[in-house]
Ligand binder design. Structure first.
Ligand SMILES: [Zn+2]
Length: 151
């Protein structure tokens, strides 16, 4: 783990999560508090292809990123922006407002509001897995989203 101080204000969070390694690391912690797990087969045998920010499952050979299968996947909103919103919602000292978030991460207030509501929902359901869409299989392995994660 890196020695960088975790952000205490939204302003610090914006700078902090601009580092893609930090952003990736934090999301991995949120998703897999018990260790990186293959979203396809649930295996813990994962190779980290750090240079490409991609993980590879040693069992099923599937490659995935920290965003695969989450609400952050296929989003035009950058991961660092999402994580600022996550930070704003999980911070105790700092109540999140969509107006302030919008200003800090340079999105419209409407977008910020949408992000906050998506994350609130994800927090309630104890995971950041993508909402089921029609024709899309829900992951069977709910071990990843177990209650009592380190959030
Ligand atoms: Zn696998």
């Amino acid at each position: 783990m890196k020695a960088k101080t975790f952000p205490r204000t939204l302003r610090q969070a914006v700078t902090y999560f601009r580092d893609p390694d930090e952003a990736r690391w934090l999301l991995a912690q949120l998703r897999w508090p018990e260790g990186i797990t293959c979203p396809s087969c649930g295996s813990f045998e994962i190779s980290d292809l750090t240079t490409r920010a991609v993980f590879c499952c040693r069992l099923c050979r599937r490659q995935f990123t920290v965003k695969s299968g989450t609400i952050f996947e296929d989003s035009p909103i950058g991961l660092h922006q999402w994580l600022c919103a996550v930070w704003a919602l999980s911070s105790r000292e700092h109540a999140a407002s969509s107006h302030e978030l919008a200003r800090r991460i340079h999105v419209t207030q409407k977008t910020a509001w949408f992000m906050l509501s998506r994350i609130r929902l994800a927090m309630q359901t104890k995971g950041f897995n993508a909402l089921p869409r029609s024709g899309r299989r829900r992951p069977r392995n709910n071990r990843l989203w177990r209650k009592g994660s380190s959030m």
